[in-house]
Ligand binder design. Structure first.
Ligand code: ADP
Length: 284
């Protein structure tokens, strides 16, 4: 049958409603974007406050410093921290034509966070599942990311709509699971790993954060939250331990100041470099 709009037989698209056309365009754009990203890594944790955003931001920065093209996508829609950690609060995201222009943090690192869409940085997003799913898809299909070596996705804690959308939309995504060493945090991380297993998302490895405190006065290591929990978990699930990051008060200060790499101790810098080396080793 000939289409009344374009006069071609069985064109299949002119007969679509505007909503169907927009949906088809989004699916096409999402596929094009994902095809242009070599490695997709989702940073997850079972609990909030264990350092998931810290790990996501620092891995993204380290990779970009090593010359990789990196996109950092914050899908922690109710508690976005990436903008604060990178000093981007108060700068709205712009768009050109139909595409959102990501923040260009340095030559190789682009970032997108919902914070860039909020007029008041302190306003709370009161969104249900379908709205959140739509925004996450748009952050991939409607952003001018360009080709990337790594897409690092900072997810909210737990196993809700956000990680579920990512796992369903990005079939080759791999998870980096962040934990602190104590038992209570580890119990929640088991849930994250089981979530990945259920959704057939490969786990790249585990990061043990807040693993020991190096006293700046006496240089002795104090294991405030115990140590080795991440290691045990890695053994239990036969997963690689990608690294251990110490508790470093400078991490808090530099992230609060929006300048993550400022004044970190040599010990922390080395831990971050070693962690990123492992990420590269296991992805390339
Ligand atoms: P999450 O994303 O899991 O909620 P964040 O990365 O936002 O956790 O970290 C929560 C708080 O803990 C932030 O203030 C951050 O600066 C701090 N923090 C994270 N990792 C460390 C660390 N290794 N040493 C000291 N402070 C840390």
């Amino acid at each position: 049958m000939e289409c009344e709009s374009c006069n071609q037989s069985d064109c299949g698209s002119c007969s679509q409603s505007p909503e169907q056309k927009a949906q088809a365009e989004q699916i096409k754009n999402l596929k094009n974007f994902l095809d242009g990203v070599k490695h997709k890594l989702v940073v997850m944790s079972g609990k909030g406050g264990v350092g998931k955003s810290t790990v996501a931001v620092n891995i993204a920065l380290e990779l970009s410093k090593q010359g990789y093209k990196v996109g950092l996508l914050d899908v922690d829609l109710h508690g976005p921290s990436v903008a604060g950690m990178l000093g981007l609060v108060g700068f709205p995201l712009n768009s050109i034509g139909k595409k959102i222009v990501p923040y260009q943090y340095n030559e190789n690192l682009k970032a997108v966070t919902v914070q860039g869409l909020l007029e008041d940085p302190d306003s709370a997003l009161i969104w249900r599942g379908p709205l959140k799913i739509g925004v996450i898809k748009q952050f991939m299909s409607d952003v001018d990311w360009g080709p990337l070596d790594y897409l690092i996705i900072d997810c909210p804690p737990g196993t809700g709509d956000e990680p579920l959308t990512i796992a369903q939309e990005i079939k080759d995504a791999k998870a980096i699971v962040v934990t602190t060493p104590q038992k209570v945090a580890l119990a929640d991380v088991r849930k994250s790993i089981n979530f990945c297993n259920q959704l057939s998302m490969k786990v790249l490895g585990i990061v043990e954060n807040m693993s020991g405190f190096v006293c700046p006065n006496c240089n002795t290591v104090h294991n405030i939250f115990k140590t080795g929990g991440g290691e045990k978990l890695a053994e239990e699930f036969k997963l690689p331990l990608l690294g251990k990051l110490p508790i470093d008060p400078q991490i808090v200060d530099s992230e609060d100041d929006g300048d993550p790499l400022k004044n970190l101790s040599d010990h922390t810098r080395k831990a971050l470099t070693d962690l990123t080396k492992k990420v590269i080793e296991y992805t390339i």
